[in-house]
Design a binder for this molecule. Structure first.
Ligand code: FES
Length: 166
């Protein structure tokens, strides 16, 4: 005589679990985890928003970078601005015209250098090229222009006034 197919397996008697209750608590636990995670992400976003709203604007000191005769026309020099850990390339593109950009490539932060033969700022890491007039991208993987340093000529000095982000 064949056994009935819907008979409860023998191993279930060894593990006395109330299956209906077990399923219900798992669903509840899943919902609690989802709700908790959502609340944590919401609070983290509120924290980031408040922190950015309270952030003080960066103040740039007017700083003498070099004298007007320190580099020849078509020459360049690396200086630091606004802090000693921020390298800046200053290029004298005409007798009385200087430009300055952050030396950190906007792709992966390799140093850029001035190429007088092409009149571009070049990054050797992945061949990124930036226009000398405005720091915009000419070629290569960078997608953002170089941050520019606003300069003024005061007497015989080239003075940095602020960094204008890309
Ligand atoms: S780091 Fe400058 S092009 Fe990649």
């Amino acid at each position: 005589m064949a056994e009935p197919r819907c008979q409860v397996p023998a191993w279930r008697s060894d593990f006395p679990v109330d299956w209906d209750e077990d399923t219900r608590s798992s669903r509840r636990m899943f919902t609690q985890i989802c709700a908790g995670s959502s609340a944590a992400l919401f609070l983290a976003n509120v924290w980031i928003l408040l922190k950015s709203a309270w952030r003080k604007p960066q103040i740039f000191p007017k700083t003498r970078l070099l004298g007007i005769g320190d580099i020849p026309v078509g020459g360049s020099k690396v200086v630091a601005y606004p802090s000693p850990s921020d390298p800046v390339v200053v290029v004298r593109i005409e007798t009385d015209r200087y430009v300055a950009y952050s030396q950190k490539c906007t792709h992966l932060s390799c140093p850029v250098r001035y190429e007088p033969s092409q009149k571009v700022l070049a990054c050797a890491c992945h061949m990124g090229l930036f226009r000398i007039e405005d720091g915009s991208v000419l070629a290569g993987p960078p997608t953002r222009a170089l941050p520019r340093v606003r300069l003024s000529i005061v007497g015989q000095d080239v003075v940095a006034e602020e960094v204008i982000p890309a």
